[in-house]
Design a binder for this molecule. Sequence first.
Ligand code: ATP
Ligand code: MG
Length: 654
Amino acid sequence: MIERRHLAPPIGRVVATEQKPATPHQFHFWTANETSIGIGAIVRVEEAGNGKGETGKVVYGVVTDGFAYSDLATPLHDVVGAEGDPAKAAASPTVRQEIRLWTAAVLRQTPEEPLQPVPLGEVHVASDVDVAQALRMDAYLGGAQPTAIPVGLYTSGGLEAPVYVDADFLLGPEAAHLNISGVSGLATKTSAVEFLLASIFQHFPPHKGRVAAVCFNVKGPDLCFLDRPGPLQEEDRRRYERLGVEPAPFRRVRYYAPFKADGVNLNTLRTHPDLVGDVEPLVWGLREVLDYAEVLLNRDDIDAKADAFIDFLADRVVDKEFEDGFGGVHRVVTFADLERLFRSIFDGLELASRGGDSWRTHHIATMRKVRNRLANISTRCKGLVTDDGPSNDLPWGRFDDRTVYVVDVANVDPLGQDLVFARVVSQLRERLERRDLGVDAVVVFVDELNKYAPADGPETYVKKMLLDISERGRYLGLVLFGAEQFRSQVHRRVVGNAGTVVFGRMDADELATPGYQVLSPATKIKLATLPIGELMVRHPHFTQPIFVRFPRPAVLRGRDGVERYPPAADLPFDEAVARQLVKLDRRVRPNQVKDLIADRREDDVRRALAHTRQTRPHDALAHFKKQLGGRVAAVPAAARESVAPLNPISDEPY
Ligand SMILES: Nc1ncnc2c1ncn2[C@@H]1O[C@H](COP(=O)(O)OP(=O)(O)OP(=O)(O)O)[C@@H](O)[C@H]1O
Ligand SMILES: [Mg+2]
């Protein structure tokens, strides 16, 4: 400390008066009128030694407010002195004494005990080392197992110091989750999360194991090009270097998107022929849907009877030999099989002489309701949910280290989005609990969090689940990164449980809401005018929020991506099928496929394709042909017709 004092002259001095005393958590200091200090600057206060070789206290603080005034008692004195003419005021023969006074909040005192008011010492601008000390980063930057993750550069008066967050407090187990808010376009929320994910992948401490990210793409092409490099400026590259992060796009990204209603064209904007090859279809069948059927029910009603019936179906019927009580034996695997069972139950009840209205304790009305809801999802989310045929899912149990799994639900019906969230997050949770996901920690990025966990509105399944991650995820390594424009519109317990909170440029109205009372007026103004690329970070180790700058993410922005790789127009059915088979097996000739399916029912073709995709045979065309042929032969035309699509707008009473 002593050395430093001789190296750099102080830039200010702590003042304390009866009106404005120094306390253990706040102090005031003055500087010259010309100074590099501004709101958010970190300073170091040094108490003078006692002359016997002992150094005094060192206090670190962050500037939260600034004042300028002169020795005038009231504005009237100035007016009178200038005889009411502003031009004369400047020509006044004596220059008035002026002061720059700053208020700073204490970040850290050394020694920490006894905790005393800030001494009236010299004020210095902070160096790299000081910033690390002030933010208590020394605890996790060094040592045998450092856990520091670069988040941005603290920048003030020509000094740039890297700021790190602690992986134990960002990704668990000590604390977890991150929330970022700020106005559209200027707050750089999505970009900040992209940068931070890159930083996490490069700096996640080896002793913490393997890490992956699951990102839900909920808006246009936002996250569709994470594996493509984007343009960076010299300034960005310099920042990357200073932060020790390599400016490169993500090496391993897997894309998942449901089909469109036609069941063969993918419902995503990543359909450019050069890129669509690595988009995997997300297709779920009856089993996958039934496990999360609660999502479908409690959107507008909570019904214990319907729940019980769904449980019955899931536990006793699906994938088992099941006798319907009217002489029929069923093996229900698909929606179509289930519909057959329903029909036979309803027909059976109708024919039964007693004319009963319940079956195995379930009321016919409950059964009709469940049937309608399930039919509803298979119609509204056609393309995600198949009536028939095998499903295609994320690689549960085989998640790869440092890999991003993008699940594109941007164009999916809200009901389908809920289903995707519910199933993906629940699977992550269960697998992490059993420790058989393939990685030890997963960051789940949910953009537009206000839509999925709103502050008000009904308690949906998805909201309950997001609350559950927020409250319990950190023990499991299930970490939620959420972004929204207005923090006040997101459920309190979801944002409240985020250990790390980031703000980009904020809306002034939002800053006037009660959640921001702890911020000083000057900090609020800074937030409301924050330039692009600058963020305010709150983290458990930092006593006060800190402003940092981060470089542009090194990936292609969504809207540049769709320009460079324009999405392909939807292909006609036969071409889309051919293309998918070619993807599975390069030897397949599109014309062979087209001839093969020319007079086949689309449903049968989709089923055969799904089966081929699931089996991944050596010879895709032969397998496909076999599936197609076998299926047609096995199901006579009359029987096929009887399996009519489920009708969601049925007016059956409940
Ligand atoms: N570090 C940075 N420095 C400079 N510009 C940046 C930086 N990060 C992002 N940008 C630019 O800021 C713009 C907005 O970024 P982004 O899309 O991340 O904002 P957003 O807060 O997610 O917006 P929205 O609420 O509309 O989703 C982008 O055009 C991006 O190129
Ligand atoms: Mg965004």
